[in-house]
Design a protein around this ligand. Structure first.
Ligand code: ZN
Length: 127
């Protein structure tokens, strides 16, 4: 896993944040695939960017507000599998493990396109 001292993006890809998820967080670009959106949402959790998380949440399942715990120490994201969710699909799933100090979250998330942009719908927490 990427060490916290490297300048690679929090999502685990080797590119610097500004050239990776930062482009999506700033609105300069939108995530082309469900996996890219998933990665950018993980990076938003790391950076406590609740606004981005709400913007990329399906309007039908989006919470009214989101309180992120600044005490959570996210330590890495592992993409375990994807289903559809490419530039040519309108829905897709991403299975991942997001690790934090003291535990991890293993989930299969569902994504859809709304007005062309990928959004998070909901997810099943796996064992
Ligand atoms: Zn990234």
């Amino acid at each position: 896993m990427a060490a916290m001292t490297t300048r690679s993006c929090p999502c685990g890809l080797p590119d610097p944040y500004e050239k990776c998820c930062g482009r999506f967080h700033s609105g300069a670009a939108s995530a082309p695939t469900a996996e890219a959106l998933m990665r950018s949402r993980y990076s938003a959790f790391v950076r406590l960017d609740a606004g981005y998380l709400l913007r990329t949440w399906h309007p039908g399942t989006r919470p009214e507000r989101l309180d992120l715990d600044p005490g959570t120490r996210w330590t890495g994201l592992e993409i375990l599998g994807t289903g559809d969710g490419s530039a040519f699909h309108s829905a897709g799933t991403v299975t991942f493990r997001a690790s934090y100090r003291g535990g991890s979250l293993h989930e299969r998330s569902r994504f859809e396109r709304v007005d062309g942009a990928w959004v998070y719908v909901d997810g099943d927490v796996l064992g």
